[in-house]
Design a protein around this ligand. Structure first.
Ligand SMILES: [Zn+2]
Length: 228
């Protein structure tokens, strides 16, 4: 008999992606220490691989590496939170303009399908899915917009936005306000640039206004079930 085939172990990129998901779904709060041994056992990999994943995340700004103290999920300041939203207010009107100029029928169908997934998640009160899909909507728009530089920035900014929301949001409003994505897609489909841009800016304003200063991380962490 052959030895049973080992289940393939995740590589550093996959580990980094799963940690990012845990942040986007508010399962990992800002400022929490990432202990290499615990992560290595949760993922079933070596500490070397965990270190590689943490370095990737540090390059994206999601993790802070502190010499002799280890790795922490970033904990953006109020100033950084305001700068982040200011950056998104610059980028996302351009995303909307690009989407209107470049979206194909199948792109629009993808956006509609995403809205349907968001609606389903709201209907079943699936908080994790709602948070994840809210962030993913903005990344999908940037993808459809087709400006690869903006997409790269949005891939960095969306997980950081989730961190900021986890840090500063009131607990009962975990994601983008419900039903604000649909009118944006409606305006995009009508090719109404002015209206679509205005709705996007209002939407970002609503998300930012939900933030409350002085919040703090407050969850119990169950490391072994975190990344499943
Ligand atoms: Zn949104």
């Amino acid at each position: 008999m052959d030895a049973p085939t080992a289940i393939s172990k995740p590589d550093a990129e996959e580990i980094a992606e799963r940690i990012t998901n845990a942040v986007m779904e508010h399962r990992l709060p800002p400022g929490i220490k990432l202990v290499e041994e615990r992560l290595a056992s949760a993922f079933g990999v070596s500490r070397t691989k965990i270190r590689q994943a943490l370095t990737l995340l540090a390059n994206e700004g999601l993790v802070k590496l502190q010499p002799n103290r280890g790795a922490y999920i970033a904990s953006p300041t109020v100033r950084e939170a305001m700068d982040l939203f200011a950056t998104r207010r610059l980028l996302e009107p351009e995303v909307v303009r690009n989407v209107i100029a470049r979206a194909t029928k199948s792109d629009l169908a993808r956006l509609r399908k995403h809205l349907a997934l968001e609606a389903e998640a709201h209907a079943r009160h699936d908080r994790r899915a709602i948070i994840k899909l809210s962030g993913a909507f903005h990344i999908l728009l940037a993808e459809v917009g087709g400006n690869s530089f903006i997409l790269k920035l949005m891939n960095e900014l969306c997980p950081l936005t989730c961190l900021i929301i986890a840090l500063y949001d009131s607990p009962n409003t975990p994601a983008c306000p419900e039903d604000e994505h649909t009118p944006i897609v409606d305006a995009i489909e009508r090719r109404d640039i002015e209206h679509a841009v205005r709705l996007m800016l209002e939407h970002l304003g609503h998300v930012e206004r939900e933030l409350q200063l002085g919040g703090e991380g407050r969850q119990e962490i169950c490391w072994d079930q975190m990344f499943g």
